[in-house]
Design a protein around this ligand. Structure first.
Ligand SMILES: [Zn+2]
Ligand SMILES: [Zn+2]
Length: 49
């Protein structure tokens, strides 16, 4: 589960290895297992994650 700055939370998983994705400011949303990076718009406020 990751939380956007607006407070919206989403449970998102890697399509490749099915691990829960994590967020940090440097890497953005990414998979801790394979390193796959995901660009996502927040469904709550519509801004880039
Ligand atoms: Zn992965
Ligand atoms: Zn948001």
């Amino acid at each position: 589960m990751i939380q956007h700055e607006c407070g919206y939370e989403i449970d998102i998983r890697c399509k490749k290895c099915d691990k829960a994705l994590i967020y940090n400011e440097r890497l953005g949303i990414h998979c801790p297992s394979c390193g796959r990076e995901v660009t996502l718009l927040c469904h709550g406020c519509g801004k880039k994650w």
